[in-house]
Design a protein around this ligand. Structure first.
Ligand SMILES: [Cu+2]
Length: 322
C-alpha cells in the first residue's frame, strides 16, 4: 500500500494513534515557537546591552530604581508560558484517557514476546488446539480492538507500531498490555524502540490489518500442521531439517519443537524473514539459512555451513511450509 508522504505525517490509522498524533504536532509547534521567541529576545537583549556599553561594566553596581522594573517582565513571561503548558497538560490527560486502557470489550487477545532480535506472536482460540505461533508478522482484523499481552524473553524491548499506537515496553518477568485497532486494511510497519543489543535496529515487524473474512482465512491456514513430505527429496529434507534446525525451531506436525527461534510451520506465508531484515524469497532464504551472521551480524542463529545437497533438500522442504 503506497500513501502520499503527507498522509504519513498528518494521518493515522487507528483510534489510539488518532488521539496522540494531533497532540504530538501541537507540542512540537509550541516548542518551536517558544524556541524562536526566546532566541529573538536573547538577541534583542544582547544588542541592547552592547548599545549601553556592554554588560561587564554594570556587574556589581547597584540597580538604578528604574532598572528594577524589568521584574514585571518575568511575571508576564511566566503567565504567558503557563497558558500553553496548562493546555498541553489538559490535552495530554484527555489523550491518555483515550489510549491507556484496553477497551472493555476487546475482540481478540494475542501474546507477543520480544526476543533478541525478533518477535514471537501467539494466537489463542476457544480450545487449546486453536493455539498457534508465528513470528514478526501480526495479523489483525480491521475495526476490532486487539489486546496485545507483551512479554520480555531476555532483555527489555519496546513494541511500537507508529501508525496505530504508541510504545509499550516488553519487560522480562512482567506482563504489559497494549492494544491495537486499525481502521482500514493495510500493512503497518512496527519496530523495537528500546535499545536491546547489536541487532536492535533489525528488530522490525509488520502488522497486517485485514477484513474479518480474510483474517479468518489466514487464521484457519495457520492452524494447519505442516504438510507431510511427498517425495524422497522432501522426506530427506524434512528429516534433515527437524534433526538440524529442530534444535531451535518448531514445525508443527514434525519432531521439530523448540521455541528458541521463530516457528517455521508457515514460514512461506510470511512477507519477510529475520524480523523484516530480508524479503522472503528463495534467494534470500538460502542466503539466510547458510550464513545469517553475514546479514544480521550477532543474530542468535549460527551460520549453518550446509553442503550444497543438504541446502537444496532443506530449501525444497522449507518451501512447502506455506
Ligand atoms: Cu528489541
Amino acid at each position: 500500500m503506497t500513501r502520499p508522504p503527507l498522509d504519513y505525517l498528518l494521518g493515522s490509522d487507528g483510534v489510539r494513534a488518532d488521539a496522540t498524533l494531533p497532540l504530538t504536532w501541537f507540542t512540537l509547534a509550541i516548542s518551536i515557537i517558544v524556541c524562536v521567541i526566546i532566541a529573538w529576545l536573547l538577541w534583542v537583549g544582547v544588542r541592547r546591552a552592547r548599545a549601553n556599553g556592554g554588560a561587564a561594566e554594570t556587574v556589581g553596581t547597584p540597580l538604578e530604581p528604574e532598572q528594577g522594573r524589568g521584574l514585571s517582565w518575568i511575571t508576564i513571561g511566566l503567565a504567558v508560558s503557563a497558558v500553553p503548558l496548562l493546555a498541553t497538560l489538559i490535552w495530554t490527560m484527555a489523550a491518555l484517557g483515550h489510549v491507556v486502557g484496553p477497551p472493555r470489550r476487546s475482540g481478540m487477545t494475542i501474546d507477543v514476546t520480544g526476543h533478541q532480535w525478533w518477535w514471537e506472536v501467539e494466537y489463542h482460540g476457544a480450545n487449546p488446539s486453536d493455539t498457534f505461533a508465528t513470528a514478526n508478522e501480526i495479523h489483525i482484523p480491521i475495526g476490532t480492538p486487539v489486546v496485545v499481552r507483551l512479554h520480555g524473553g531476555d532483555v527489555i524491548h519496546s513494541f511500537w507500531v507508529p501508525a496505530l499506537a504508541g510504545k509499550t515496553d516488553t519487560i522480562p518477568g512482567q506482563q504489559n498490555i497494549a492494544w491495537l485497532q486499525a481502521d482500514r486494511p493495510g500493512i503497518y510497519r512496527g519496530q523495537c524502540t528500546e535499545f536491546c543489543g547489536v541487532e536492535h535496529a533489525k528488530m522490525g515487524f509488520e502488522v497486517v490489518a485485514q477484513p474479518a473474512n480474510d483474517f479468518e482465512h489466514w487464521r484457519e491456514a495457520q492452524l494447519q500442521t505442516a504438510p507431510p513430505p511427498a517425495t524422497p527429496q522432501l522426506i530427506h529434507g524434512m528429516q534433515f531439517t527437524t534433526f538440524r534446525c529442530g534444535l531451535c525451531h518448531s514445525i508443527r506436525g514434525t519432531d521439530a519443537a523448540s521455541h528458541y527461534g521463530p516457528d517455521l510451520t508457515h514460514l512461506m506465508s510470511r512477507r519477510t524473514i529475520a524480523a523484516t531484515t530480508l524479503p522472503n524469497n528463495p534467494g534470500a532464504l538460502a542466503g539466510w539459512i547458510q550464513a545469517p551472521q553475514g546479514m544480521k551480524p550477532g543474530t542468535l542463529m549460527p551460520d549453518q555451513h550446509l553442503s550444497g545437497a543438504e541446502l537444496n533438500d532443506v530449501l525444497a522442504y522449507v518451501e512447502t511450509l506455506k
